[in-house]
Design a protein around this ligand. Structure first.
Ligand SMILES: [Mg+2]
Length: 168
């Protein structure tokens, strides 16, 4: 069960304590997009998101997007942020996640995987040896299979056990 659980839980990406992660030795981030940064039907990041990614860069973090969604969705979104991206990332398989770390020039231990799903983002990040940050899903609108998986997510990590800003 440990492999499904995040290192840290936050309500949104904006709540992540970047200074604290820097102190822990985190040098870069791999982000999921759908329901982590924006809802599924939002094609572009808004100014608030763009500014936040600029802040990450200024703080010296490298960022990358790894989504199981298709290229059309991910390429466009990452281009707006000016960061690297991998569509059809096959999370939770770790092969691509480790490749991304190598691409960023940092180790998995120095990388934080940020996402909204336990069975893809958290499992993949944990298996790869990363620090994992679970973000509360932005919108209830999502595919049937993901909705089905949410039932099991709640069994593994009930909402009452999710405490913002606390290492789980
Ligand atoms: Mg997602």
């Amino acid at each position: 069960m440990r492999l499904f659980k995040p290192s840290l839980y936050e309500l949104s990406i904006f709540d992540i304590d970047l200074d604290a992660l820097k102190e822990r030795g985190i040098k870069g981030f791999i982000f999921d997009v759908d329901n982590t940064i924006v809802p599924y039907d939002t094609p572009k990041p808004d100014k608030k998101i763009k500014d936040w990614f600029k802040k990450l860069e200024k703080m010296g973090f490298v960022s990358y997007i790894a989504s199981n969604n298709n290229k059309g969705r991910v390429e466009h979104f990452a281009a707006e942020l000016g960061i690297g991206f991998l569509p059809k990332a096959k999370k939770p398989l770790t092969k691509n996640l480790k490749k991304i770390c190598a691409d960023m020039g940092i180790s998995p231990k120095e990388t934080a995987m940020v996402g909204d799903q336990l069975f893809t983002d958290m499992l993949g990040g944990n298996m790869a040896g990363m620090f994992t940050v679970l973000i509360e899903q932005i919108s209830p609108v999502e595919g049937k299979f993901i909705k089905f998986k949410r039932i099991f997510e709640r069994l593994i990590l009930p909402h009452k056990k999710r405490v913002k800003g606390i290492i789980c």
